[in-house]
Every structure is written in structure tokens, then in C-alpha cells.
Design a protein around this ligand. Structure first.
Ligand code: KG4
Ligand code: ZN
Length: 345
């Protein structure tokens, strides 16, 4: 299983146009991410039509640059891995069509891969750590998903639970909006919370005892109620909070509630399933207090990707592509995008 590979990865599932070259699923040779976040910030979230149009304009130079920075041509690549889903349909097809075109022209194998699965494999891209041992307990926390996954072997998963409503990242984004902070909300809340008291407001924690599921919509509503209670005069327009709103305390108290549940349920699941290690991945895993709490409160080794690989990137797509390639996956050139594609049943 130690065969050497060099995989080109392509990612366009949401608002990042990304390409990367990765060797043997571990070594990032080049990694380019063209983020559209600034563009979408003015809409307060991702505007799908704008996202796909920008992907079309950006994909070719990004892929060309990733190859150029790696000092390789397609002749030195073993396979092209591309995000097939889940994600925005109009965005996914841009990366998929680019990958199909390159595969057709070069004769290289095409590998359509699952974006959530790739987030888990982003934790493999830390070269100085030994390869993790199974079973692993994976927490995926992104803008669209919050899932607890038991990984029993390479490419083998059991989904233990998921959010019943908002994803963790979505909750960060929505609460940031309530507080008048910029999109993407996660980093904005983390920064605001640094000057806040996390015990200032006691927001609810949805433990959903007896399940491995999550729920964040009640927490979001509790923050909304508190914002309105603090500023009754702007009840109709909470998206433009006025002066005097204790933004730092609200952000810190909200963030503490999210972290407590994420860490508590992850630790309980790791114990219940006798995991050897914990993986935390996805955009929200960039959250520093979450990373620290996971490590501090864990009896298990915890792996989180380096910050630049937490949010969407193509290195993780290529890392997963390595394992899929070795497992013999070869996709036909007419595969469709899969906007809804659960990682495991
Ligand atoms: O994985 P990702 O880049 O895209 C999806 O696959 O969804 O995750 C994006 C999400 C956004 O909701 C963003 O607010 C959140 O990750 N995020 C963070 C932080 N950085 C990004 N949330 C909390 N703290 C952060 N530092
Ligand atoms: Zn993602």
C-alpha cells in the first residue's frame, strides 16, 4: 500500500476554486486556492450563480498554476481527482468538466471523489506524523456538514450521527450575521470572541442524549432572542445591530456553546467506539479555541489539519485521490456531479 503516486486535485464545490499536486497522499507539492469569499461577503453568504461564474473564469489559470508551481506537466501525473459532491451543482460541474477535459486530452484516469471524505484525508497531510491507526473517530465540521464518522479502515466509514438542522459552520455564519459581523462568520466570531466573556450568556446546549446527532438551530435562535432583548428598538432589522450590543460577549458565549457540544460528543463517541485517534476536519476545525479544547480534553491523540488545509482546498482532494487510485477506482468520463452525496449510510 506504500506505492508512490502524484495526483492532481481539483476542487470547486463551493466558493473556492482550487487545484493542487500531492505525492503519495501525504506530501503537498503545490496547493492553490482562489477564494471568492470577499466577493460573496457583500451578499452575506455564497451566491451560487456568482460562484459558478467565477469558477469558470478562474479554474483554468488555477490548475495551470498548480502544475507550474509543482514543476510538472500532466505527463508526470498519475491521475486527476476532482470533487464530485456534495456541493453547489453549478460550481461542481465547473471543476468536473475541467477534470474530464484534462483526462480526455491526456488519457489519465479520472477519479470523482467525495468532498467530506476528502476533509478527513486532509489530516493525512501532516508529513511528520505517523499514519493514523484505525479505528478513527472523525468529526467533520464545515459550512454544510457536521458529522461524526467512525473510520474502520482506509476508505471505510460508518456514519454515527450528523446535524439535524444547521451545520456548525452555518451556525457561525448565521450568528455572525445577527451580530453584524462579516462573512465568513467563523473567523469573524473567533476574533470578536477573543475580547469577550464566554460565561456572559448561558446559551442552550443540545446534547440529544442517546444519539450521535447534533442540533444548532436552537442555539442560533437563542442568540437572536438575546440580540433582540438587548436592542428592542431594532427588532425588525437585527441584521444591522446598533452600538451598545455586547458583540464580544455574545460571540464568546455562542462559540463556547458550540465547542462544548462538539468536544463533548466527539470524546464520548471516541470512548464508545474505542477509537485509537480523533480526526477533526472541515472549515470550523480552523477555530483555535475548538482545536485547543479538543486537545486539552482528549484522552486520545487528536489530529487536526494545518490551518491552510482546514477550509476548502484541493490538496485534500488529491490526498484522497491517492487512496482511491490505489484501490482501483477509475471513473467514466460521463460521471455526473452529485450535489447531495452522503459519506456513508
Ligand atoms: O470546509 P469549508 O471551507 O467549506 C465547506 O465545505 O462548507 O467550511 C467553511 C465554514 C464556514 O461556515 C466558515 O464560517 C467556517 O468554516 N470557518 C470557521 C473558521 N474558519 C472557517 N468557523 C469557526 N472558526 C473559524 N476560525
Ligand atoms: Zn469543505
Amino acid at each position: 500500500m506504500d506505492q508512490e503516486t502524484r495526483i492532481l486535485g481539483i476542487e470547486t464545490s463551493c466558493d473556492e476554486t482550487a487545484a493542487a499536486v500531492v505525492e503519495s497522499g501525504r506530501h503537498v507539492v503545490s496547493n492553490l486556492v482562489a477564494s471568492q469569499a470577499e466577493l460573496h461577503a457583500r451578499y452575506g453568504g455564497v451566491f451560487p450563480e456568482v460562484a459558478s461564474r467565477i469558477h469558470i473564469e478562474t479554474i483554468f489559470p488555477v490548475v495551470a498554476e498548480a502544475l507550474s508551481l509543482a514543476h510538472v506537466g500532466l505527463d508526470a501525473i498519475d491521475a486527476i481527482a476532482v470533487t464530485r459532491g456534495p456541493g453547489l451543482a453549478g460550481s461542481l460541474v465547473v471543476g468536473l468538466n475541467m477534470a474530464k477535459g484534462l483526462a480526455l486530452a491526456s488519457g489519465l484516469p479520472l477519479l470523482g471523489v467525495n468532498h467530506l471524505e476528502a476533509h478527513l484525508y486532509s489530516t493525512w497531510l501532516v508529513e511528520d506524523q505517523p499514519t493514523p491507526e484505525f479505528p478513527l473517530l472523525g468529526l467533520i465540521v464545515s459550512g454544510g456538514h457536521t458529522e461524526l464518522i467512525l473510520m474502520t479502515g482506509q476508505l471505510e466509514y460508518q456514519r454515527l450521527g450528523a446535524t439535524l438542522d444547521d451545520a456548525a459552520g452555518e451556525a457561525f455564519d448565521k450568528v455572525a450575521r445577527l451580530l453584524g459581523l462579516a462573512y465568513p462568520g467563523g473567523p469573524a466570531i473567533q476574533t470578536a470572541a477573543e475580547n469577550g466573556d464566554r460565561t456572559a450568556f448561558r446559551f442552550p446546549r443540545a446534547w440529544l442524549e442517546g444519539t450521535w446527532d447534533f442540533s444548532f438551530s436552537g442555539l442560533k435562535t437563542a442568540v437572536l432572542r438575546e440580540v433582540r432583548a438587548q436592542q428592542p428598538e431594532i427588532e425588525a432589522g437585527v441584521e444591522a445591530p446598533g452600538p451598545g450590543l455586547p458583540i464580544a460577549d455574545l460571540a464568546a458565549s455562542f462559540q463556547a456553546a458550540v465547542i462544548e457540544v462538539l468536544v463533548g460528543k466527539t470524546m464520548a463517541a471516541a470512548k464508545a467506539f474505542k477509537a485509537k485517534e480523533i480526526l477533526v476536519a472541515g472549515g470550523v476545525s480552523a477555530n483555535r479555541p475548538l482545536r485547543e479544547a479538543m486537545v486539552d480534553q482528549s484522552d486520545f491523540p487528536v489530529r487536526v489539519p494545518p490551518l491552510y488545509l482546514c477550509t476548502d482546498n484541493a490538496a485534500m482532494i488529491a490526498a484522497l485521490g491517492h487512496w482511491r487510485y490505489l484501490a482501483g477506482q477509475r471513473d467514466a468520463l460521463d460521471i455526473d456531479a452529485l450535489p447531495t452525496w452522503p459519506l456513508a449510510g
